[in-house]
Design a protein around this ligand. Structure first.
Ligand SMILES: [Zn+2]
Length: 272
């Protein structure tokens, strides 16, 4: 755990087991991401609130014109409820391809010392009643790069109506966001934590992916603890963008919880 993580209230999930399926997948993805490591620069600030998602789709994604066939056939394996620290959360599938591809897209900006951010969009697949055995699964299918403006340490979406139009047109929901920490370690800054409250309030399963190619680990998949992290950050009225939070477990690693990395299809949509 880095000092950045400690000062921002990071607490590891208790269910991660080295050598597990998820652990092996993460190792493979990290190796792939490392092969596309980009030039380092400063921290990112995703200043704009995310777009409002459309209501969850009531039926299987097979009804969608853009749903790849393999999404519907993904195996239903998930950690046992006893090992799941957030048993109420439904599984989120994150394609392996996300991690090598986003840093590659961002490299155009990073060589110019500019930040990059993206949105993780997808579907809700309902296979039956919302019982532990048949709970809905969210599948991230699209990495959307919105129009944005950036500096060496900030990045904000422009023309959010364009993002909303896209998600509505294709019936996608916002399942998370991704951004670069090119020269810092893999952690959630105070700005990132505040940004993520908007996502997690809209969808409790929302994830924040941080890519940090100069760090080890070089990416992380995070969520606010709930409680107490989500409530702490929502109540925080700090005026400065970067500020400390109370010394409680504010966020944790979602990849060791409700997120499964799989060889699912990923579409890249660049609105810039
Ligand atoms: Zn705060």
């Amino acid at each position: 755990m880095s000092s950045h993580q400690r000062t921002q209230g990071y607490v590891p999930s208790a269910v991660f087991q080295p050598g597990s399926a998820n652990g092996a997948a993460l190792d493979a993805a990290r190796a792939a991401a490392a092969s596309t490591a980009t030039v380092a620069h400063g921290p990112i600030s995703f200043a704009s609130p995310p777009p409002q998602p459309v209501p969850p789709r009531p039926q299987d994604s097979a009804a969608s014109p853009r749903a790849p066939a393999q999404q519907a056939s993904l195996p239903a394996r998930r950690p046992s409820l006893a090992a799941d620290p957030h048993p109420r959360l439904r599984t989120v599938v994150l394609p392996h391809a996300t991690l090598p591809r986003f840093p590659a897209i961002a490299s155009v900006n990073t060589v110019r010392n500019m930040e990059t951010c993206g949105l993780l969009l997808g579907w809700e697949i309902v296979k039956g009643a919302d019982t532990p055995a048949t709970r809905a699964r969210y599948v991230i299918s699209t990495l959307l790069i919105p129009k944005q403006h950036a500096t060496s340490d900030t990045c904000a979406m422009d023309e959010e109506e364009g993002v909303l139009s896209f998600t509505e047109a294709w019936g996608l929901i916002t399942i998370g966001w991704i951004h670069m920490h090119p020269s810092q370690s893999c952690f959630m800054s105070s700005v990132d934590l505040h940004t993520h409250t908007s996502f997690q309030q809209m969808l409790p399963e929302s994830i924040a992916v941080v890519c940090a190619p100069k760090s080890d680990p070089d990416f992380g998949i995070f969520r606010l603890t709930d409680p107490p992290g989500l409530q702490v950050v929502l109540k925080c009225n700090a005026k400065q963008a970067f500020h400390p939070h109370p010394d409680v477990p504010i966020y944790t690693d979602a990849d060791r919880g409700h997120v499964q990395m799989r060889d699912a299809a990923l579409e890249i949509v660049d609105l810039r």
